[in-house]
Design a protein around this ligand. Structure first.
Ligand SMILES: C[S@@+](CC[C@H](N)C(=O)[O-])C[C@H]1O[C@@H](n2cnc3c(N)ncnc32)[C@H](O)[C@@H]1O
Length: 255
């Protein structure tokens, strides 16, 4: 049976190797591209792999998305954690199906949504965001990705205390993680992992100092460097522009 596009699904619209778009299929919405606009209702019922035409007759292939593609389609409110760091953080925190994870700040929700995707179907992500406006947009982002059933979003300041106990991992991406590390350590199960993501070396120093008071062990600091290449035979070389710095991943375990 041919699989067709359904309302609410995310699709990737491929124009060429340089330009593609990720969008959630909704009735009543017109999606604008640099090659014309598409009434998204037109996509419903199209077989995956077929073409859709814009209002100016340009053709784009309609294809399935990976989870990481869908993040690109979200409304952004904050700096987000990039895929190269998301993947490492997941493995470093030991997160998998069934894990209980506390995370802050929610921000746009890239990290919380990714965690939710990987703790499914029996795990849970508790995410704290101090700003009401960011919290509300993150809720919409979780809903549109279909991960809200696995997340408990909280419009709270995590510095006022982590309300969960016996958690497998606490992951912090906020400006002052050192104010939360002691509380986080006390809420971890034995073998649980604290992961902190910070963009500057000054923040790494302050976090490391705070970790001394927690009794957490096996401390590591890692910077993930990813370099994208131009995949062109005869012209194979690194791209000349791109993201040059994101941040440092600090991890420590409760023994
Ligand atoms: C860099 S953003 C997080 C981005 C997020 N990790 C993502 O991938 O989309 C940092 C967020 O932490 C929030 N924040 C800062 N201090 C906080 C606190 N004490 N408790 C909860 N959230 C806090 C900020 O409002 C901001 O939304």
């Amino acid at each position: 049976m041919v699989d067709t596009v359904k309302e609410g699904e995310w699709v990737l619209l491929y124009y060429n190797e340089k330009k593609s778009y990720v969008v959630r299929v909704e009735r009543g919405r017109v999606f604008h591209t640099t090659h014309g606009s598409i009434d998204l209702a037109k996509l419903i019922g199209l077989p995956y792999g077929s073409f859709v035409e814009t209002n100016v007759g340009e053709k784009l292939v309609v294809t399935r998305t990976r989870f990481v593609d869908r993040l690109e389609g979200l409304q952004r409110t904050t700096q987000v954690i990039y895929p190269k760091d998301l993947g490492y953080i997941l493995l470093e925190a030991g997160v998998g199906p069934g894990s209980t994870v506390v995370e802050a700040g929610t921000g746009t929700g890239f990290l919380a949504a990714t965690l939710a995707w990987y703790v499914r179907p029996s795990g849970r992500v508790y995410t704290y965001e101090v700003r009401r406006d960011f919290y509300e947009i993150a809720l919409k982002n979780f809903e549109s990705l279909g991960v809200l059933p696995y997340i408990t979003p909280k419009n709270k300041d995590i510095q006022e205390g982590i309300e969960e106990d016996n958690v497998d991992a606490v992951i912090l991406d906020l400006p002052t993680p050192w104010k939360v590390t002691e509380d986080a350590a006390s809420k971890l199960v034995n073998g649980g992992v604290l992961v902190v993501f910070v963009p500057t070396t000054t923040q790494v120093e302050r976090t490391l100092l705070s970790l001394k008071k927690t009794g957490l062990k096996m401390v590591e600091v890692t910077e993930i460097m990813a370099r994208k290449y131009q995949p062109v035979p005869g012209e194979f070389r690194p791209h000349s522009i791109g993201v040059t710095h994101t941040g440092y991943v600090i991890s420590a375990r409760k023994l």
